[in-house]
Design a protein around this ligand. Structure first.
Ligand code: ADP
Length: 339
């Protein structure tokens, strides 16, 4: 039974929370006028509770259209709100069952700034690395032309050229990743996943052949998703390229694709070196590479899986991996089917 004492306790707990949390809270009554605003929201919106009390939202917040959308709507709504003084909040609004509306504002200015600074930094590093690494590669080639070099010198120059090529590759991948992450427009056309997979295989036939790796395909026909065929091909290419790179000679690879419950499900399974659970937690993070000797012996920049995750996310899909050290790995991704 709810007694007066319990109600009083709830009220004082609510008041304590309402007055002290750092998220802003605004409450409208069932007639749609402003009822309460907590100190955090008042600070964000540069107003006082007295100024807003019993007023219609558009008479007080007329210059904040995002906030008005949240306050005046009927449905649950989440959106970014531009606040005074160039701050930005994530706003969440819901109409209460007994009438009235509740809006919560979370100030995310610092988080947003950090994200955009991080992206800028990566793009800058990418650009700044490209030219010097091309120059190093060019001069390494010139040294051999202007020889003669002894065997040792020849080996060292070859290492310089190899490292410069790797650096250039990482720089290109980082710039590309920054582009896709920053919202570069992607195509949104029907894409046959079977064709995408076959194209990716064509691009890696040489590598598979050199390592005598057989690639088996079990792909259901006509799996169609909406998206950017080149970018989806890049996802399959990156997964297959890794499966080849991190397998020994002769270890087979199986690619499966099925349509199930409104989703396309694709998996790339290898019998290669596998990964620890610690690695599995981090491989989709930019520039992460496993510590093992076997991985360090393979050239790579740790960007391929991050790119795959970002591309799939932008298509409304997701990716995960299972793996056992010494037994192999399976990467699986899903995408919504075209309707
Ligand atoms: P890269 O392969 O260039 O290092 P990725 O982002 O594609 O970058 O992969 C990140 C890391 O995940 C790799 O360095 C490796 O440690 C691990 N990894 C990815 N694919 C596999 C695989 N098929 N088998 C074992 N380890 C893998």
């Amino acid at each position: 039974m709810v007694t007066h004492n319990t109600l009083d306790a709830w009220r004082s707990q609510f008041n304590l929370l309402f007055n002290t949390i750092s998220d802003g809270v605004i409450i409208l009554d069932h007639t749609g006028v402003l009822l309460r605003i907590n100190p955090a929201a008042a600070g964000m919106l540069r107003c006082t509770p007295e100024e807003i009390y019993a007023k219609p939202p558009d008479s007080v917040f007329g210059d904040l259209p995002d906030l008005l959308d949240l306050l005046l709507g009927n449905d649950p709504l989440t959106r970014h709100v531009v606040l005074p003084a160039n701050r930005i909040a994530l706003g969440i609004a819901e109409t209460q069952p007994e009438g009235g509306r509740l809006v919560v504002l979370q100030d995310i200015t610092e988080r947003e700034e950090l994200d955009s600074r991080r992206e800028q930094l990566i793009a800058t590093i990418g650009h700044d690395l490209r030219n010097p690494s091309a120059a190093i590669f060019g001069f390494a080639e010139l040294v051999t032309l202007y020889g003669p070099l002894n065997a040792e010198q020849d080996r060292f120059v070859a290492r310089i050229a190899q490292t410069a090529t790797k650096l250039q590759h990482v720089a290109y991948s980082l710039v590309d990743l920054a582009w896709v992450e920053s919202g570069m427009p992607l195509q949104n056309l029907p894409v046959d996943l079977g064709q995408v997979i076959e194209q990716a295989i064509v691009g890696l036939e040489g590598e598979a052949h050199v390592k005598q790796i057989t690639i088996t395909l079990e792909v259901q026909p006509s799996i169609v998703v909406m998206g950017d065929a080149m970018r989806l091909q890049q996802v399959v290419y990156n997964l297959l390229n890794n499966a080849i790179l991190y397998s020994d000679s002769g270890q087979p690879i199986l690619i499966k694709a099925i349509a199930q419950q409104g989703k396309a499900q694709v998996s790339v399974a290898d019998h290669g070196i596998g990964m620890t659970t610690d690695d599995l937690d981090q491989i989709f993070t930019r520039m992460y590479r496993a510590e093992s000797e076997a991985v360090r012996n393979v050239p790579g920049g740790g960007v391929g899986l991050t790119m795959a995750r970002v591309i799939l996310k932008r298509h409304g899909g997701s990716i995960k991996a299972n793996s056992t050290v010494g037994e192999g790995s399976t990467f699986s991704f899903t995408l919504p089917l075209a309707t």
